[in-house]
Ligand binder design. Structure first.
Ligand SMILES: [Zn+2]
Ligand SMILES: [Zn+2]
Length: 448
């Protein structure tokens, strides 16, 4: 956009006065509007914000868990159609694809996820979710504790802003409403349903995730690997059971499993190059039923997190070597070696294309001011957004962090994480920031 986002750069007396008056204006309206006069984008967002906050609250109160996003996707599709956007529904489960064509230009993918989690909300908001469902035989609440509701409101707000400002860009926007992110399946389902064959291979792909630590009004970018390859690994340790008082009659799988758990700790500390990253956590040990029986098997359940393929392969190899080595040392025969099973529900590491990060950082600064665009450290959580980039088509993608937290909470150190029953974003500030940064980034990318 035309005018600078930081109007008080030249520090003569006139400009300082002007800046002070302007700061008072910002504080008194508590708006993100940073330009004077406001840009078209700022005006569009200001007008649309009450609608978007209502939409957000409605979605927050009516969450649907993974693979059940029926109403959610229908509502998003209906909202896009109101804007004259061509929508395909039921594309990879409840996936939706909206195509906004606006002349010759790049094809850019922008994805929101739609699913919530099976848990009771404990936020005490007046718009808290009270919805209960039966989940795997248990009665539970449902909650948007990962902020996917705020992703949807931002996504819709961005679509609305781009329609309102269609005279300022040229190209095609591919709006993805993705199901089943929480179980790492949705992106795969949509890609396997032929997303890129049917709608074209995008020139860029962008997305965002709410951050439970960054202040509302700010966004965070990391370059390169920002989120991990996440995998679940099962190890079945076999043994020979016996009376607890006759351990010499057994080959005790509880002891073998315990040694495996301890030795797994040396993969990151001894086998991995110190400048690389990986996590191996044993989240569950299951074996035996009674004090005085040595069981004949123990199950270990691991989560494994890595960034690079060579690290991932090394970790897999070392898990196998350690499990088998300890079993051999315990005297188990060849046909009773531990079974290491790497489960298929995995998501590849998220890689933020460095050039695209550069471009979006500039756009972000234009939209919300340079000070509000911050560096975000890589994390070891996973996100299946990574799959839109890591296909055979090699699409440059960026998933950025959208700040959601109030200053008071940051000061108090009261920062419930994603998936906490107490987590919630500050709706208005978060949505206006997300729409401003995403819309400005898309306009700049469309205009090359
Ligand atoms: Zn989540
Ligand atoms: Zn999430």
């Amino acid at each position: 956009m035309g005018s600078s986002s930081i109007p008080y750069v030249c520090l003569n007396r006139y400009n300082i006065m002007r800046a002070l008056l302007f700061l008072i204006f910002i504080v008194s309206t508590s708006s993100f509007v940073v330009t004077d006069p406001p840009t078209k984008l700022e005006m569009v967002i200001k007008d649309d914000l009450p609608f978007l906050v209502e939409f957000y609250k409605h979605r927050h109160q009516n969450p649907e868990i993974s693979l059940q996003e029926k109403e959610t996707s229908a509502e998003l599709a209906a909202e896009l159609r109101k804007l004259g956007i061509e929508v395909t529904e039921g594309f990879g489960g409840y996936g939706i694809v909206g195509i906004l064509k606006n002349g010759e230009g790049p094809l850019i993918l922008y994805r929101t996820d739609m699913d919530a989690l099976p848990m009771y909300e404990k936020s005490e908001l007046d718009y808290a979710s009270k919805k209960e469902i039966d989940y795997e035989g248990l009665r539970t609440g449902t909650m948007h504790s990962c902020g996917h509701d705020v992703h949807m409101a931002t996504w819709l707000g961005t679509a609305r802003a781009l329609v309102a400002m269609r005279d300022q860009w040229k190209g095609t926007l591919m709006l993805i409403g993705q199901p089943a992110e929480e179980i790492g399946k949705g992106a795969k389902m949509m890609l396997e349903a032929g997303l890129y064959d049917r709608f074209g291979v995008p020139d860029y792909g962008i997305g965002l995730h709410s951050s439970p630590t960054i202040a509302a009004g700010q966004v965070g970018f990391g370059k390169g690997f920002t989120m991990a390859y996440t995998e679940s690994v099962d190890i079945l340790v076999k043994g020979i059971g016996a009376h607890g008082a006759s351990p010499h009659m057994s080959i005790d799988p509880v002891v073998i499993a315990s040694m495996i758990v301890m030795d797994l700790q040396t993969i990151v500390s001894r086998s991995l190059k110190p400048t690389e990253a990986a996590v191996i956590t044993v989240g569950a040990i299951q074996g035996g039923i009674k004090h005085n029986i040595i069981p004949d098997q123990v199950k270990l359940k691991l989560t494994v997190r890595t960034y690079k393929e060579e690290v991932r392969e090394m970790v897999h190899r070392r898990i196998r070597e350690i499990a088998e080595g300890i079993a051999i040392a315990a005297g188990l025969p060849d046909d009773m070696m531990p079974e290491v099973y790497i489960r298929e529900e995995s998501t590849p590491a998220n890689y933020n294309d460095p050039d695209l990060v550069e471009a979006m950082t500039v756009s972000g600064a234009k939209a919300i001011g340079e000070d509000n665009v911050i560096y975000a450290e890589p994390v070891m959580i996973g996100e299946d957004f990574s799959m839109y980039g890591s296909t055979e088509h090699d699409v440059p993608t960026v998933l950025y962090w959208l700040g959601t937290v109030s200053e008071e909470k940051i000061e108090a150190g009261n920062l419930p994480g994603l998936h906490s029953p107490y987590y919630f974003p500050m709706p208005a500030k978060t949505i206006e920031t997300g729409v401003a940064v995403t819309t400005q980034s898309l306009i700049d990318l469309f205009n090359g």
